[in-house]
Design a protein around this ligand. Structure first.
Ligand code: FES
Length: 316
């Protein structure tokens, strides 16, 4: 179910990041949300994208989302940057949370990689309200890439924020300066590129942090990751076979070759692209299918999922 919101204002936060302030069209309160929550935003070009809410969860009169313009974008971020303006309405979902805060904290560490700052800023706001001891480590390329500079420099927050402009993936040892030793009620939250989050978790685990204390969020399937491998897709009806490179999705490759599978989110959360598989072993990368559906090895989401076997035969 969707609801209509008004884009009350937009703002360029820094290099390539655009903030949208969304309000109820008649000025009423919006549904409440928890820190870490996101909304689905239906864009006018029939795409849907998920964006984290980055304002304080104590605010009920508005939602803030911030969108990074992605040069590799296939519609979502480019649409937001080029077409969405103050005064227009948008269809959005109610907030959902798949990145919730733990019940109890004695200390929290928030590690943001680039645009991954968005859900972590809402968490920082919540910790301020709850008087939880925390540190926000914000890693980005340069000072020109820092978003929310106004909010992060305010007195209640500035002493809790550290900016890092080094490449932590290449120099993971630098993370140790920001990772306290693990205690029972310490929690670490990270959001950013997959490689960044993997590095953060590896370093935390190396000094004793347990899985239950580590929390991450990534909406976007990272097709540039080294872990993805090349495989082939066969179209059952025609017998056509296509190579799927490690850096491209199945739907992208098929579209380039004249086979169109409907897509919307392209991130494995909406289910629009579900396709039946006749042969081969699926590598599920979505958050939509149930564990039973995944185990059946009969359907998958080719916008982000891949193959464990060398060949997948699709019922197309
Ligand atoms: S397009 Fe949304 S799950 Fe594939």
């Amino acid at each position: 179910m969707t609801m209509t919101v008004l884009v009350e204002r937009t703002e360029t936060l820094c290099n390539g990041i655009k903030l949208l302030q969304l309000i109820h069209p008649e000025g009423q309160n919006l549904p409440t949300f928890e820190a870490g929550a996101h909304i689905d935003v239906h864009l006018g070009n029939s795409l849907m994208r998920q964006y984290s809410l980055c304002n304080s969860p104590s605010e009920q009169h508005r939602y803030h989302i911030a969108v990074l313009e992605d040069a590799q974008s296939r519609g979502g971020s480019q649409y937001v940057h080029q077409h969405i303006q103050a005064g227009q309405t948008l269809q959005i979902s109610a907030p959902r949370n798949v990145f919730s805060l733990a019940q109890t904290h004695s200390k929290a560490v928030l590690l943001a990689g680039g645009i991954g700052i968005t859900p972590l800023l809402a968490m920082a706001e919540q910790f301020l309200v709850n008087q939880v001891d925390f540190q926000l480590v914000y890693c980005c390329k340069s000072p020109e890439h820092i978003a929310f500079t106004g909010r992060l420099s305010q007195p209640d927050l500035r002493d809790k924020v550290v900016f890092v402009h080094d490449d932590l993936i290449s120099h993971p040892e630098l993370l140790q300066a920001f990772l306290p030793s693990a205690h029972e009620h310490h929690h670490l939250y990270t959001c950013g590129p997959n490689g960044f989050m993997q590095t953060v978790f590896a370093q935390a685990k190396s000094i004793g942090w347990q899985d239950a204390q580590l929390h991450q969020e990534s909406f976007k399937a990272d097709l540039n990751t080294q872990t993805h491998r090349h495989f082939q897709i066969q179209i059952a009806s025609s017998g056509d076979v296509f190579d799927i490179p490690a850096t491209q999705s199945i739907t992208q490759t098929l579209e380039e070759n004249g086979y169109f599978i409907p897509v919307s989110c392209e991130q494995g959360v909406c289910g629009t692209c579900i396709t039946h598989v006749i042969e081969g072993e699926i590598e599920h990368c979505d958050q939509f299918l149930t564990e039973e559906e995944k185990a059946s090895n009969k359907i998958f989401t080719p916008c982000c999922s891949r193959a464990k076997s060398d060949l997948l035969v699709l019922d197309l």
